[in-house]
Design a protein around this ligand. Structure first.
Ligand code: ATP
Ligand code: MG
Length: 312
């Protein structure tokens, strides 16, 4: 189903109520559900997780829009370009998202640059909101105007976090002796401000998930301590904790082909499925379930997706 749907902009589906589409920060079934991947810490796995969730949704038959808010680095865009090139080269019906990269402005003054960036990001959302089931936005590992503006669109915000107190430092200051949370830190404050902006504009509260990434298979003390601190921080700053992804080479290997673990069975990749791949694919499925996204599929499409795609 998914392959035959793309590109779906040709079959433009008007929203039931155009004013809802215009209104940033409102979630309802007439418009796409927006999932933003954000963390001001670089290299935490935002682009990798964003691509895996985008493909998981595409493979479920959903219409997916993707927005690269980190187009200067362009990892998300390149991942999708690689996917398109691989599909074309192999003659495969690999499902693709409707993609919009948003490069930083080249305007010289800051007000001009911000107005330009806001206009282009708003236009991308306005384009995709009425015709997609889900929009996935990947943001940079730094605090930029574009990133902050993208955060205000989030219905669901996903923050991947490497299993390290260095990464946790952007969420909270932690007492080294007691491991008690001393105070929320810079990224938690950014999210707090975006939540306030969204509440003021009448939007539904954002569902914030922190997902642990690159978890080691070993039961090390650091892993246990991180788990305990993240649990207590969740209550304090208001996120849900998702199990996340293990450290696995396969999450890096598939980038050049633009594939994810969820494509392996169907795309004749030449990559033999191992038990580790099956376990990794289950992690991605578990992450998708933890997001608890509103369903945008008709019941018969849900049944079709369940029957045909994910049996290991
Ligand atoms: N679970 C994982 N196992 C192994 N490698 C991983 C995993 N997740 C991410 N990586 C690798 O870690 C690196 C950083 O990941 P990624 O580019 O997704 O992070 P990012 O948060 O988007 O970074 P940036 O802030 O620079 O945009 C990449 O080399 C990626 O392949
Ligand atoms: Mg990235």
């Amino acid at each position: 189903m998914s392959a035959s749907r793309a590109p779906f902009l040709a079959a433009f589906r008007p929203a039931a109520n155009p004013s809802v589409v215009q209104s940033q920060g409102r979630a309802d079934s007439a418009r796409a559900h927006v999932i933003v991947f954000g963390n001001e810490k670089g290299g935490s796995g935002k682009s990798t997780a964003a691509m895996h969730i985008a493909v998981a949704l595409l493979r479920d038959g959903a219409r997916v829009g993707t927005i690269d808010v980190d187009a200067r680095q362009g990892t998300f865009t390149r991942y999708i370009e690689n996917r398109r090139a691989w599909a074309a080269a192999k003659g495969l019906g690999t499902p693709l998202p409707e993609h919009r990269p948003i490069p930083p402005s080249t305007m010289t003054t800051r007000p001009e640059a911000e107005a330009d960036e806001k206009a282009r990001l708003d236009a991308a959302f306005a384009d995709l909101l009425p015709v997609c089931d889900y929009i996935i936005a990947d943001t940079p590992g730094s605090d930029t105007f574009l990133s902050r503006h993208a955060h205000t669109y989030a219905d669901t915000l996903v923050t991947p976090l490497n299993d390290s107190f260095v990464d946790l430092d952007l969420l909270a200051r932690v007492d080294p002796e007691t491991l008690k949370v001393v105070r929320p830190s810079i990224y938690a404050e950014t999210v707090w401000k975006q939540r306030q902006l969204r509440a003021m504009s009448g939007g539904k509260p954002v569902d914030w998930l922190v997902m642990r990434n690159r978890l080691s298979a070993l039961a090390a003390r650091n892993k246990r301590d991180m788990g305990a601190v993240l649990e207590s921080l969740a209550r304090r700053i208001g996120y849900r904790l998702a199990a996340g992804l293990s450290e696995r080479v396969i999450y890096r290997e598939l980038f050049l082909k633009g594939l994810t673990l969820l494509d392996l069975r169907e795309e004749k990749t030449g990559i033999a499925m191992t038990m580790s791949h099956v376990a990794a694919r289950q992690e991605v499925r578990d992450l998708l379930s933890a997001l608890n996204l509103p369903s945008r599929l008709a019941p018969e499409q849900q049944a079709e997706a369940q029957e045909t795609v994910y049996t290991p």
